[in-house]
Ligand binder design. Structure first.
Ligand code: IPM
Ligand code: MG
Length: 356
C-alpha cells in the first residue's frame, strides 16, 4: 500500500525544516517503502496564493492523504489580516476539518541536552512526559463566541467553554491507551473547583478509567499542574487535558527540555489519519537563513510512521539516528553549547540522514 503524504511547508522556517524531514523519508523511499508526496500551501503561504489560510485545494489534498506533514504557520506580515484570514485559522481549520481530536505532545529530555534546560539538570534528567491534549473542542471552538455590545451598552468579548460527553470519552480512551503502553500513570488536568465544563470532564474520565484498571489515575487542578511541572516534572508519565489547558501546559513542558526545537507532535483522528508537526512556531526572525533546528520535524516524521503507518521499526530507527547525531556533538544554534559542533539546518539533516 502506497503511503499518501500531504506536505504543507507553511511559513517562516517551515519550508527549510520540512525539506530536511523529507530527506529522511527519502532514505526509506529509496529502500523500497512506497510513498507519494503532494505539496499544498497552508497559513500565510496559502493566503498569499489563494487568499485563504486553508484553501479548497489544500483541503482536497489533505483529505485524500493518510498523513499530513506540516512545517509551521504564521508571520508578522499577516498579523493585521482579518481574524478569519490569519494563518492560525488555517491550522485550526485543518484540525477541525480532519477531526484531529487527539494531540500528542511528548516532552522528553535527551541526556546530552540536560544543560540546555533552565531547570537544574537533576530536576529534568530523564524526563519523559506525554501530554495528550484534546484538540477540536473547548473554548477554541465553542459557540457562541465573538465580540458584542451588551444590554448595558458596554462592549465585551465572549467565548464558550463546552465539552460533550463523547468528546471527553474518546480523548480519555486515547490517553489511557497511551498510558498502558508507557508507565501506566495518567494525570487528568482540570479546574473542577471553578468550571463545570471541567468538573464534567473529570467525572467522565473517572468513568472511562473503569476500563483500564491497570492504569493509576490521578487528578490535578491546572494551576497546580503548571506549578508541579516546574517543581517536580518527573512525577508525570501521561497527562490528559482539554484544548486550552493543553495548549498552555504543553508549551511549559516543552521548555523543561531546553529547546522547543526538539519536540515533535502528532494530531490524530479516529481513523489514524494524522497531522504531524513540530511543536515550535514559524520563527520568522531566523527564516530563510538555514539556522533552524530540523529535529522536531524529523521526529514528527518518526511519529507519523508510528501512529499513521504502524511502522514502529522505522520510527525507532529515525529516533536512534537523532540520538546518535546528538551524542556525536552536532548542534544547531538553539541547542549549541561550547565545545560542540555547530551546524546549520541542512547540515543537521546531512548528519541524521548519514546516521540512518
Ligand atoms: C499550538 C498553537 C496553536 C494553538 C495556535 C497557533 C492556533 O499555539 O498548536 O499550540 O493554540 O493550538
Ligand atoms: Mg500553543
Amino acid at each position: 500500500m502506497t503511503m499518501k503524504i500531504a506536505v504543507l511547508p507553511g511559513d517562516g522556517i517551515g519550508p527549510e525544516i520540512v525539506k530536511q524531514a523529507l530527506r529522511v523519508l527519502d532514505v526509506l523511499k529509496n529502500e523500497g517503502m512506497e510513498m507519494e508526496f503532494t505539496e499544498a500551501p497552508l497559513g500565510g503561504q496559502a493566503y498569499d496564493e489563494y487568499g485563504h489560510p486553508y484553501p479548497e485545494f489544500t483541503q482536497k489534498v489533505c483529505r485524500a492523504a493518510d498523513a499530513v506533514l506540516l512545517g509551521a504557520v504564521g508571520g508578522p506580515q499577516y498579523d493585521n489580516l482579518d481574524r478569519p484570514l490569519r494563518p492560525e485559522r488555517g491550522l485550526l481549520a485543518i484540525r477541525k476539518d480532519l477531526g484531529l481530536f487527539a494531540n500528542l505532545r511528548p516532552a522528553m529530555l535527551y541526556p546530552e541536552l540536560a544543560n540546555a534546560s533552565t531547570l537544574k539538570p537533576e530536576v529534568v534528567a530523564g524526563l519523559d512526559i506525554m501530554i495528550v491534549r484534546e484538540l477540536t473542542g473547548d473554548v477554541y471552538f465553542g459557540q457562541p463566541r465573538g465580540m458584542r455590545t451588551n444590554d448595558e451598552g458596554e462592549r465585551e468579548g465572549f467565548n464558550t467553554m463546552v465539552y460533550k460527553e463523547s468528546e471527553v470519552r474518546r480523548i480519555a480512551h486515547v490517553a489511557f491507551g497511551i498510558a498502558m503502553k508507557r508507565g501506566k500513570k495518567l494525570c487528568s488536568v482540570d479546574k473542577a473547583n471553578v468550571l463545570e465544563t471541567t468538573e464534567f470532564w473529570k467525572e467522565i474520565v473517572i468513568d472511562v478509567a473503569k476500563e483500564y484498571p491497570e492504569v493509576e489515575l490521578s487528578h490535578m487542578y491546572v494551576d497546580n499542574a503548571a506549578m508541579q511541572l516546574i517543581r517536580n516534572p518527573k512525577q508525570f508519565d501521561v497527562m490528559v487535558t482539554g484544548n486550552i489547558f493543553g495548549d498552555i501546559l504543553s508549551d511549559e513542558a516543552s521548555m523543561l527540555t531546553g529547546s522547543i526545537g526538539m519536540l515533535a507532535s502528532a494530531s490524530l483522528n479516529a481513523s489514524k489519519q494524522g497531522l504531524y508537526e513540530p511543536s515550535h512556531g514559524s520563527a520568522p526572525d531566523i527564516a530563510g537563513q538555514n539556522l533552524a533546528n530540523p529535529i522536531a520535524t524529523i521526529l514528527s516524521v518518526a511519529m507519523m510512521l508510528r501512529y499513521s503507518f504502524d511502522n514502529e521499526a522505522a520510527a525507532v530507527r529515525i529516533e536512534a539516528a537523532v540520538k546518535k547525531v546528538l551524542a556525536a556533538g552536532y548542534r544547531t544554534g538553539d541547542i549549541y553549547e561550547e565545545g560542540m559542533k555547530k551546524v546549520s539546518c541542512s547540515e543537521m539533516g546531512d548528519q541524521i540522514v548519514a546516521a540512518m
